[in-house]
Design a protein around this ligand. Structure first.
Ligand code: NAP
Length: 428
């Protein structure tokens, strides 16, 4: 079959993320019986840019950094997706992540397409000055590919609000203006036109969908034990909101290792500890353990919120959770997904579970365009309503079609993009 081949041929890459994205698309294309020419359009990105930046850092050294920008699809609106800064990110990773963004924006119902950026360097090795120089060089390098109608970046792994402030400033500065016409970047500081609650949006959205799942499968959140892998933007907020909802967060990990306390960790105290020591290890009132032991901790809900491919066929059988809420993108490999499904574990797929960030980015985008200001309560209410509405839509579709939550989320999302392609017409 031509459509199978067109996806298989692209599956010769070194990126787990892209492999998983293509696998999910292939499955969905089969269920939706898509035409070959449509599959060819959505299996590959519309635009891929690789740049090299060589800025001189404040210590006099020259950095040599590769960076990538991908616009996967913009049928439903300008490409949207974060900037990932890690020392191992590849173009193929960014292609896979941008494809996930296409499905995520489609599913959550915001008028955006899918995009993503990557900067290959280790953020932990950079001084704040070096980091700012690299972010500004990256922004200048990709300037012509960013814009409210082209591609709007945001934070992702390894980047934060402050970095987005520098992106915004760099663009306004090169225009010779104080502000930009429309929204060029989201997740920036509130003082620069960012939106209240964006920082917490992804982690909170993870918990809103988790609460919805608990209701469906009959788990009392106040009696639930939760394990969280990753204690960055997404994991830390998800843990804090899980605790706020009455759950016991019993295990947490980051790159330094894991900690566990079956009576429940004090998340506020842990956040203070991480602020002081830059890692979860060494936290009092907890036993140190390994990262893997956190994934298979004796819990009801597992939130992988670190990075891709953490649950594989080698550890899937050890998972004890009844619900897995995918805070991270692509944390489960397709073979592990199958094993977990066979065991009846309820998985809230990434394109639904962690879509809260891009939903609130959309609110930031409209707020900036209209020069409006929303309150924290308004943002939270709209986020909660949208996450629950989309959870119910995916859940009901999965029941109706007898498919998993991931399959349902993919089919709804891909179906909307395909409808957009036909509605626009097939000629350029
Ligand atoms: P982040 O702030 O950089 O945090 C990542 C966390 O994961 C850090 O605690 C890091 O530890 C930890 N970590 C990294 N590799 C690990 C490993 N192998 N084992 C255990 N812990 C590990 O990133 P983030 O923004 O929270 O993003 C996390 C995931 O969520 C990514 O997959 C991202 O694409 C996805 N996501 C993020 C957003 C968003 O709004 N930020 C939105 C949607 C999806 P150290 O700090 O010690 O390095």
């Amino acid at each position: 079959m031509i459509e199978q081949q067109s996806i298989e041929n692209k599956n010769t890459n070194n990126s787990d993320i892209l492999t998983t994205s293509l696998y999910n698309l292939r499955q969905s294309a089969g269920r939706l019986e898509l035409d070959d020419h449509i599959i060819a359009r959505i299996a590959e990105p519309k635009e891929k840019i690789e740049i090299t930046i060589d800025p001189i850092l404040s210590n006099g050294e020259t950095a040599h950094v590769k960076a990538f920008v991908v616009r996967h699809n913009d049928v439903l609106g300008p490409a949207k997706g974060g900037i990932r800064m890690t020392n191992s990110v590849t173009m193929d990773d960014i292609v896979g992540l941008s494809m996930e963004m296409t499905w995520k924006t489609s599913l959550i119902g915001v008028p955006f397409g899918g995009g993503k950026s990557g900067i290959r360097c280790d953020p932990a090795s950079l001084s704040p000055e070096a980091r700012e120089i690299i972010i500004r060089s990256f922004t200048r390098g990709i300037r012509r590919h960013i814009g409210p109608e082209i591609y709007i970046p945001a934070p992702d792994m390894g980047t934060n609000e402050e970095d987005m402030g520098h992106v915004r400033d760099c663009i306004a500065y090169s225009n010779g203006t104080s502000i930009t016409k429309g929204c060029f970047v989201t997740g920036k500081p509130v003082i620069l036109g960012g939106i209240v609650g964006r920082r917490e949006a992804t982690g909170k959205g993870v918990i809103f969908t988790t609460l919805a799942a608990c209701e469906k499968i009959g788990i009392d959140i106040t009696k639930a034990r939760i394990a969280v892998q990753g204690f960055g933007n997404v994991g830390m907020i998800a843990a804090a909101w899980a605790a706020k909802s009455g759950a016991s967060v019993i295990a947490v990990s980051d790159i330094t290792g894991g900690i566990i306390n079956e009576q429940g960790l004090d998340i506020d105290a842990l956040r203070e500890h991480v602020k002081e020591t830059s890692g979860v290890r060494g936290f009092q009132d907890a036993t140190e353990t390994t990262n893997n032991a956190v994934l298979d901790a004796p819990c009801d809900i597992l939130i992988p919120a670190a990075t891709q491919s953490q649950i594989t066929k080698t550890n899937a059988d050890k998972i004890k959770a009844k619900i897995i809420a995918e805070g991270a993108n692509s944390p489960i490999t397709p073979d592990a997904d199958e094993l977990l499904n066979r065991r009846g574990i309820f998985i809230i797929p990434d394109i639904l579970c962690n879509a809260g960030g891009v939903f609130v980015s959309f609110l930031e985008y409209t707020q900036e365009t209209q020069r409006e200001q929303m309150t924290y309560e308004q943002v939270e209410q709209r986020l909660r309503d949208r996450m629950v509405e989309k959870f119910d839509e995916v859940y009901n579709y999965s029941l109706e079609k007898h498919i998993t939550m991931r399959q349902a989320a993919m089919d709804i999302a891909v179906g909307k993009v395909v409808e957009g392609i036909y509605s626009r017409g097939l000629l350029p």
